[in-house]
Design a protein around this ligand. Structure first.
Ligand SMILES: *[C@@H]1O[C@H](CO)[C@@H](O)[C@H](O)[C@H]1NC(C)=O
Ligand SMILES: *[C@@H]1O[C@H](CO)[C@@H](O)[C@H](O)[C@H]1NC(C)=O
Ligand SMILES: *[C@@H]1O[C@H](CO)[C@@H](O)[C@H](O)[C@H]1NC(C)=O
Ligand SMILES: *[C@@H]1O[C@H](CO)[C@@H](O)[C@H](O)[C@H]1NC(C)=O
Length: 580
């Protein structure tokens, strides 16, 4: 263990200079069972389970010191090389099967026939939307009282209020997923479920100073794209619950401070210095939930370089894009995950989300009558806007790009996240939506008729081609829909139509909604990455409901209506002319 003093020294070094080799980083949490130590190492490296996440999700049958004590004995008996059979028996004796700490929960505010269903004119889509509305009942979870009375026996972090999970292997909450889940829940008129989830998040901020990636101790030191303030905005807009806002505004500010204090980077351009944010997780060791994979990935590296790799992998999970060519760019071998350098990039989406959060905080403080704070956040947003225009915006290409601050250049590859500022309303010139349309056209993105791919690079990572993810469709669609020009709005609608058909067709065949879709050749569940594609699925359902609500009068369940081929821009121009 490192002492407090050297710890701070490490942090200072890390913050100033980025990760250097030969550093020992603190573990992702204190637990010697779930986060670091010999027990975790031996069990995960023996690969007792197909998915490493399974072991760290198992709860203890007895107190952790008894488990550790008996494990030490076993380790001594076998001279620290315990045979698989004995390990398996040990785990069976001291651990419970997964999923026992959560119980199914039917949301109390769930009701038949929420109003938005009536806005969907296509009968088949309306029936389907109703089925999606039913799925909330399957994704509802509540923690058993034991998690509260004996937190040391669980990797699950106790939350008081029940919540909606993504589904599949993800039976705990996830931070950024919850934003799109909440959008869907609000359409389903389930505002009190949303309020409970918000209360859980606010409680985490009060306890830890930030929101962990997900509801497990091994996720503690990494966050995820910061959408808490946006969640609060959607809830308050829906309910007018300004009392709740007033009670929690300080906690929202505390969460944004975490991003300022722990995730800021200075970038200079044209003789000026700007402050922007990046993903950065200076904690060591393999990720407990993907332990053997991370250990094996680091194996060929010199020992002194391993901690830096593991920290960059954790930063990749903090981005929500785990993993993607976005974080491999500029590395020694951009096809290999071991080239990951997440913290060396200034991501467009992260800064756009924070930009919107700052705008909303300014609005919230105005509502609450605190003009001084309203001005503070208005100024923060203005500074960020200037920084994003100087560092991330590319006038010639008509889009924003992640900035590699180490190599001092933009990553000009296509990612839907490049258009997040549109979605977040984080721009000063209203022409950008139409420029973005031309950018999509130039990048040949509109030729993909089953959904917008995550990138055009096929790395085998799940946040790359040919996968398409629901939240990324939303970012582009609602971004373009902000345009004043009817042609651009029409393309937004077509993209929504494409995505709805993909979701609907796959649902018709498989009776399931998926975490991601493969859009390279027809509509299929996605693949790639570190685990099998998961059914459920919280944010996919949320986005489908959003689009069904937004375009309910026009969407059809029929075959692909119009191809957004190379003529799209002509069609768009025509629409704009007609609008004149
Ligand atoms: C080992 O486990 C047994 C039974 O669970 C318990 O009684 C004992 O105290 C444990 N030993 C140690 C050293 O923790
Ligand atoms: C235990 O393992 C170590 C290292 O693998 C080895 O050097 C030592 O001889 C072993 N001790 C016994 C008693 O087998
Ligand atoms: C919230 O307040 C606005 C403006 O006062 C009003 O138009 C709206 O109907 C209210 N919504 C709810 C859910 O009470
Ligand atoms: C954020 O930074 C502060 C100050 O350096 C530090 O005490 C804290 O542990 C950091 N939080 C995380 C989650 O790393």
């Amino acid at each position: 263990m490192v002492t407090g003093v050297t710890w701070e020294l490490h942090l200072l070094l890390l913050m100033g200079l980025g990760l250097r080799t030969h550093e020992t980083l603190p573990p992702p949490c204190e637990s010697q069972i779930y986060c670091h130590g010999e027990l975790l190492h031996q069990v995960q490296m023996a690969k007792l389970y197909q998915d490493d996440k399974q072991f760290v999700d198992m709860s203890l049958s007895t107190a952790p010191d008894q488990v550790l004590g008996n494990f030490s004995k076993l380790a001594v008996i076998y001279n620290h090389s315990i045979p698989r059979q004995q390990l398996q028996e040990f785990v069976q004796q001291y651990f419970q099967p997964v999923g026992q700490e959560l119980q199914p929960w039917t949301p109390e505010d769930w009701k038949d026939s929420p109003q938005f269903l009536q806005k969907i004119s296509d009968a088949k889509l309306r029936v389907w939307a109703e089925q999606l509305h039913h799925i909330w009942k399957k994704l509802g979870k509540k923690m058993k009282p034991e998690v509260r009375s004996h937190p040391e026996r669980f990797s699950l972090i106790y939350s008081e209020h029940p919540f909606i999970v993504p589904g599949g292997r993800f039976v705990e909450f996830y931070y950024w997923d919850s934003y799109w889940v909440m959008e869907g829940l609000l359409l389903s008129e389930m505002a009190s479920t949303v309020k409970g989830m918000l209360q859980n998040f606010l409680e985490l901020v009060k306890t830890y100073g930030h929101i962990p990636n997900g509801g497990r101790v091994y996720y503690l030191q990494r966050s995820q794209p910061p959408l808490l303030t946006l969640m609060m905005d959607r809830y308050v807009t829906h309910t007018n619950d300004t009392t709740f806002l007033r009670e929690n505004i300080d906690t929202l500010a505390m969460e944004l401070d975490f991003w300022t204090v722990n995730r800021t980077i200075s970038v200079s351009s044209g003789g000026q210095s700007y402050k922007l944010n990046h993903y950065y997780v200076p904690y060591g060791g393999p990720r407990p939930e993907s332990y053997s994979k991370d250990a094996e990935l680091a194996d060929p590296l010199p020992e002194g370089d391993r901690e830096a790799l593991w920290a960059e992998l954790k930063a990749g999970t903090e981005s929500g894009w785990d993993f993607s060519s976005r974080w491999l760019v500029g590395g020694p071998n951009p096809d290999l995950l071991s080239s990951i350098r997440t913290s060396k990039l200034v991501p467009v989406d992260l800064n756009a989300f924070l930009c919107q959060a700052e705008e909303l905080m300014s609005k919230f403080y105005s509502i609450l009558g605190n003009d001084a704070q309203a001005t503070t956040y208005r100024n923060l947003r203005a500074q960020r806007l200037a920084a994003m225009e100087a560092i991330l915006w590319d006038e010639q290409k008509g889009a924003w790009f992640d900035y590699d601050w180490q190599n001092r250049k933009k990553n000009v590859e296509f990612y839907p996240s490049n258009l997040t500022p549109l979605w977040a309303g984080c721009f000063s010139n209203p022409d950008v939506a139409d420029k973005a349309l031309k950018y999509l056209e130039d990048s040949k993105i509109l030729t993909y008729q089953y959904g917008i791919p995550t990138s055009l690079q096929k790395t085998g990572q799940q946040w790359d081609f040919p996968n398409a993810w629901a939240p990324l469709q939303d970012l582009v669609i609602r971004g373009l829909a902000r345009s004043a020009s009817p042609g651009t709005q029409e393309v937004a609608f077509q993209l929504a139509q494409n995505w709805i058909i993909t979701n609907f067709d796959v649902y018709s065949q498989k009776s399931a909604m998926y975490e991601k879709y493969d859009v390279s050749n027809g509509a299929h569940p996605g693949g790639g990455g570190e685990y099998e594609v998961q059914e459920g699925f919280g944010w996919t359902n949320g986005v489908a409901l959003l689009l069904l609500d937004y375009y309910g009068d026009r969407l059809t369940s029929g075959t692909q209506m119009a191809l957004l081929g190379p003529h799209c821009l002509v069609v768009a121009l025509l629409f704009n002319l007609l609008a004149w």
